[in-house]
Design a protein around this ligand. Structure first.
Ligand code: BES
Ligand code: ZN
Ligand code: ZN
Length: 478
């Protein structure tokens, strides 16, 4: 989608659809108030009124609710309902009159984010009849706003486009989005950005490095696992930021097989990887002054004659032994290796994103991702990035007793506590063992990666984490 900023008046904007916000109990802004029918427009939050004043040809008034409740999230939601309406009206060019809502740059960014995310479709496997081409989506968005918001507008466009690419990766079926596909995709991202490099380890190299977790999970599948490492040399004086994403391209559960009803959703068990890879591209495109190291362990988790079995003992990359009592708790096994590897490669602060536990969905639903963190300062930074980006996280406690639940009977650790207590935290406690003293934040996105249900995410892949990671990198580079 093309995004531009213009100082045209809404009456003269050359767009198929002009959109303006309206606060409850107020009049439409400026001269739009005198457009025929404008007096009947509703200001209730997300209410829509379509007028045909002639100049502009079509005017969509979007209710912004109470002025005192307005914030960037409400602007994203309002932008999303307007974008859906534009799609229905089949108006390829849209101009949005920037509403008054505190900081203009944040408002402009929220409008762009809400519009681009809401306009997303995943239809590449749909064949369309030649006489019935698919309806054209929004091709251009113009913000009628002061030129000063141009930078924030472009930054939001870059992030939202990257987030939509992450949604593509999530939505692709596992027979397309294999670990090798993700590795090729990482190389492709690197080829588009100066300062980004990629290195990929295959099955033999992973085994040679004795990454026992990744070896164990991938031994049940014919599909070659990949350990993808990306670096972005953006400079800056801050610590090297490590970002790690769970890349299970399909999680059957392995021998501890999942029930079949929702198993197809597990093509998205690589949502953490998708967000991490696309965040690298976005951070590089934005040219943020940060040293970035991304590590993505990618594999399928399959049952087979060669698969790991419940009770088997493995040795992780950091030397710790683990009883694999449930082969469906595979994410922590591959992440523990990736986290220890990230520390070895020089990450000084690490954030990992993973669709790790069903328990986080019980605890926080799809509104907040779960945060488990060994460092108060980093936790504060991730929470702040969440508030700023709208990708919210809620911190869960990391008490030493949780690690007790993960002690093994015959090995150092088990990958599943005998009692199903605090599933999200105990998974975090397991991961904490892999990073030692390095400040580390684990973001469990099992509840937020899909089926979120907001107007700008819909119920499919959400691309959660791209904006969060970009915002965190921006904070660290400031
Ligand atoms: N990929 C799943 C977690 C998941 C579940 C993500 C639902 C999204 C939606 C993960 O590998 C898993 O199966 N975790 C188990 C852990 C348990 C065996 C300790 C779970 O959450 O049930
Ligand atoms: Zn699993
Ligand atoms: Zn999984």
């Amino acid at each position: 989608m093309n995004v531009a900023v213009s100082q045209e008046r809404p009456e003269e904007a050359a767009a198929d659809l002009v959109v303006a916000g309206l606060y409850e109990g107020e009049e439409p802004p400026g001269e739009l108030a005198s457009a025929p029918g404008a007096g009947d427009a509703k200001g209730g939050f997300q209410k829509l009124t379509l007028l045909r004043p002639g100049q502009p040809e079509r005017l969509l008034i979007v209710g912004l609710g109470k002025r005192e409740e307005a914030d960037p999230e409400r602007i994203r939601l309002a932008a999303a309902v307007a974008a859906k309406e534009a799609a229905k009206l089949e108006t390829p060019s849209v101009a949005w009159l920037l509403p008054e809502c505190g900081d203009d740059e944040a408002t402009a960014g929220a409008l762009v984010t809400g519009t681009i995310l809401a306009a997303y479709r995943f239809d590449r496997f749909k064949s369309s009849a030649p006489d019935q081409p698919p309806p054209a989506g929004i091709e251009s968005l113009t913000l009628l706003a002061p030129q000063a918001v141009a930078g924030a507008t472009e930054a939001a466009r870059i992030c939202a486009a990257a987030q939509n690419r992450a949604r593509d990766l999530q939505s692709l079926p596992s027979n397309v989005a294999t670990p090798s596909f993700l590795a090729r995709h990482a190389r492709e991202i690197a080829s588009h950005h100066e300062g980004v490099t990629t290195e990929v380890l295959g099955r033999e190299e992973i085994a040679a490095k004795e990454m026992g977790g990744l070896v164990a999970v991938s031994q049940g599948t014919a599909e070659e696992p990949k350990l993808i490492v990306m670096r972005y040399a953006g400079g800056g004086s801050g610590p090297t930021l490590g970002i790690v994403g769970k890349g299970v391209t399909f999680d059957t559960g392995g021998i501890s097989l999942k029930p079949s009803a929702s198993m197809h959703e597990m093509k998205m068990d690589m949502s953490g990887a998708a967000a991490v890879l696309e965040a690298v591209g976005a951070i590089a495109e934005l040219g943020l002054a940060v040293e970035l190291l991304a590590v993505v362990p990618a594999t399928e988790n399959m049952p087979s004659g060669t698969a790991i079995k419940p009770g088997d003992v493995i040795t992780q990359y950091n030397g710790k032994t683990v009883e694999v009592n449930n082969t469906d708790a595979e994410g922590r096994l591959i992440l523990a290796d990736a986290l220890a590897y990230a520390v070895e490669l020089g990450a000084e602060q690490i954030v990992d994103l993973a669709t790790l536990t069903g328990a986080v969905l019980m605890a926080l639903g799809s509104t907040y991702a779960g945060l488990v963190c060994n460092d108060d300062e980093l936790a504060g930074a991730v929470e702040a990035a969440g508030r700023e980006s709208g990708e919210l996280v809620w911190r869960l406690p990391l008490h030493p007793e949780y690690l007790e639940l993960m002690k093994g009977t015959v090995a150092d650790l088990t990958n599943t506590g005998a009692k199903r207590k605090a599933g999200t935290i105990t998974a975090g406690a397991f991961l904490a063992e892999a990073v030692g003293e390095t400040p580390w934040a684990h973001v469990d996105i099992a509840g937020t990666a899909w089926d979120v249900g907001r107007p700008y995410t819909g119920n499919d892949a959400s691309g959660f984490g791209v904006r969060l990671l970009v915002e965190l990198a921006r904070e660290l580079s400031a």
